[in-house]
Design a protein around this ligand. Sequence first.
Ligand code: NAG
Ligand code: NAG
Ligand code: NAG
Ligand code: NAG
Ligand code: NAG
Ligand code: NAG
Ligand code: NAG
Ligand code: NAG
Length: 712
Amino acid sequence: MGPIELNKRRIFFLLGGIIAFYIVFHGLAFGGDSLKDVASHIPIPGHLTPTEHKPPIGQDEDDIWDLGPDPVSVVPPQSHPSATPDPDPDPAKAAQSGSAVPHIQPTPTAATTHFDLHPIAHLMEEADKQWRIYETGASATFRQTVEKYRSRYGRHPPPGFTDWYKFARKKNVVNVDDFDQIMDDLRPFWAVKPSDIRVHAAHMWENANFGVAVIHIRNHKVIRIDNGSWRSDTMAKVIETFIEFLPDMDIAMNRLDQPRLIVPWEDMQQMLSQEYKSRVMPPEVVDSFTQKLPGLLDMDIEDMAMDNSTRLSEDWFFRPGKQYMEVASKACPPESPARSNMSIAQADQHYKESSTGLINNFNLSSDLCTVGPAIQDLHGLLYSASSIIASHKLVPIFGECKVNINNDILFPANMYYLHDVRYDYNAEEDLDWRDKEDNIIWRGVTSGGVQTDDNWQRMHRQRLVQLFNGTHAKETNAKAKILTQKRFEVPQQNTTYEPFDKFKPDQFAEQHGDIGFVEAWGCVPNCSFYDSVFSWKPQVSLTSQFKSKYLIDVDGHSFSGRWHAFLQSKSLGFKATIFREWHDSRLFAWRHFVPVDNRYDDLYALMTYFVGYGKPNMEHATEGHDLNPQVYIAPHAKEAQTLAKQGREWANKSLRREDIEVYMFRLLLEYGRIMDDNRDHIGYSGDGSDLDKFDASEGKGERKGLWGVAGW
Ligand SMILES: *[C@@H]1O[C@H](CO)[C@@H](O)[C@H](O)[C@H]1NC(C)=O
Ligand SMILES: *[C@@H]1O[C@H](CO)[C@@H](O)[C@H](O)[C@H]1NC(C)=O
Ligand SMILES: *[C@@H]1O[C@H](CO)[C@@H](O)[C@H](O)[C@H]1NC(C)=O
Ligand SMILES: *[C@@H]1O[C@H](CO)[C@@H](O)[C@H](O)[C@H]1NC(C)=O
Ligand SMILES: *[C@@H]1O[C@H](CO)[C@@H](O)[C@H](O)[C@H]1NC(C)=O
Ligand SMILES: *[C@@H]1O[C@H](CO)[C@@H](O)[C@H](O)[C@H]1NC(C)=O
Ligand SMILES: *[C@@H]1O[C@H](CO)[C@@H](O)[C@H](O)[C@H]1NC(C)=O
Ligand SMILES: *[C@@H]1O[C@H](CO)[C@@H](O)[C@H](O)[C@H]1NC(C)=O
């Protein structure tokens, strides 16, 4: 790389960088004397910040119901004019109509319009706003991309960033900035010596008991995979699409389903604080990785025993079958529900709206520091994990999923890349919405954790199957909490709702549920205790599940590999999970899918909202066939279809195999930098103008279509 021209723009951002840097230091130096004080202000992604932990003020059961529009908000809630069809929420349409701020609907007139004040209308509205900000905020040029990079992360982009950017553009990536997950996963490694990172990565696989594979890249080739499996083979295939840009490296990969690292919160705070302090943006850096770094695995030695190089212990410990929260809570902030005395009801307020507990913050619904106390006995991983090999030490191990308290480095799950008919979406076998059945389907095996006669009722899959078993509901006289429309309303008025917690779900479950196991698996000493509890439903291929309008996806032993296909389908995906994946920040609950609490205490409220329940007029209610004569809720099929369509279109743009390649490429550039001894002095220090021409031509070429469709 030749010398780079110092232009005004560059001086400007450098100055900005210096000022920002000064502020950080200033803050650190004067904000508090002890590191702990300083550290307690560094947010860990996916965790509540200390202020958020205070229970929200003034929320009580009485003022929940009238979820009118936010008084300061410009956008009215989704209106449902009784005479005219719903306004089309499709952004493309909005853009075509030339509206600068799409989705603003005409002010309803009292005579013709009323509002549906169901909390879901409000949640969908909010999600649309967030998603629009996300979509419109993305950088359009390389200049903007590097500028945003520096302002967000306080560093130059890594070496090879120019090539990555071109790669990403050619693959039509929708949001070239959204790689925070990578940055968050790697941030604490700035507090670890690069040589230690390399040594761990090189040798972690050597003890077969610890469940680690490794991919070795030398001279732009995957030259060997040790202790690999189809997973590492698939990862190697992804890497091959951009391997010419990578330095030599060893990539240690988790072979187990369960995540590995739990660094205690206090240690993590120290590391994050060190990372802050290490942020530098020297005026000129070298745009290439350092060659021949010591500490990588010596590929010339055939026999591992002959390799005398240094090894570092990962301090693995085995902990299967024990309460996961006992170790996991160490990684939580002291004031979080997992480490304080906060009641479950108080913790719930952080992520559930208060009527029937619909999820209003999907991130927190899977934050173990928040939900851990509520679900520690209700999920297989938390209650009866089959294989936990964990460490409290920060070592570089790549994993397909993790829980938010883990420090594994996420990469896109191989199942999403591999072409496997069991998990692949096939459009030819999908039906149009109107031809789908009005029910919710789930099929699977009894995985999730080790099951015994007295613990299976705590497993997440088993709970789901029982919850939606009409016979079981009837036998146990089960009751669910839902929302019902208020009665005696003047038709022209707004539709308002009230909670009803005595909903008898048996008939509804029979009519609108198709949820069951196909096979028992993973029990001790054997699965015969299920004989009197479950009957096995016929196996249904992935694509024939799409005959149902509603698909629910829950965890197995770890994350569920079906999720991309569910989103791509014309059905609507419901999702309950404790796991985090690479794609989380690009998927918006209530815009692309329906979030479900891991306790499923909201599931009947959700299903009755979409499917509808009962008759509008009271006369029918006295007929006596209906188990719940008090309940009436109009169907919201339109809303369901809208969500399904939005999820499908978005998945087709942002969860493609190309997106996986782009994510991995970016991840391995960042990884290549943190394990480089010169990591502070390598990277891209230009202002982005070198790709002006590229941006201009790409903008006119392939990307035109994309932006045209998206409407921005
Ligand atoms: C209906 O709801 C809208 C939006 O919340 C509100 O502005 C309007 O006053 C309500 N109308 C009636 C009759 O309550
Ligand atoms: C690699 O894994 C296999 C089992 O998958 C094991 O038998 C073997 O010992 C492992 N090799 C090393 C070096 O860990
Ligand atoms: C490692 O040490 C052993 C014993 O000292 C020696 O025989 C062997 O050659 C060494 N291996 C290498 C690669 O130097
Ligand atoms: C938690 O509750 C116990 C017993 O009620 C009490 O002694 C302790 O101080 C409480 N801790 C916090 C952090 O509130
Ligand atoms: C399963 O385990 C139970 C309890 O230990 C035992 O009575 C039964 O014979 C076993 N069934 C089979 C098929 O092995
Ligand atoms: C539903 O529950 C009943 C009674 O508890 C049981 O006999 C039946 O096998 C269950 N059905 C399924 C699909 O598991
Ligand atoms: C949820 O987490 C993602 C990262 O996975 C982040 O981008 C997003 O801003 C978070 N949303 C909220 C509401 O905190
Ligand atoms: C997915 O995207 C491709 C390329 O933009 C387009 O041709 C195709 O019609 C899209 N499919 C769906 C279902 O939106």
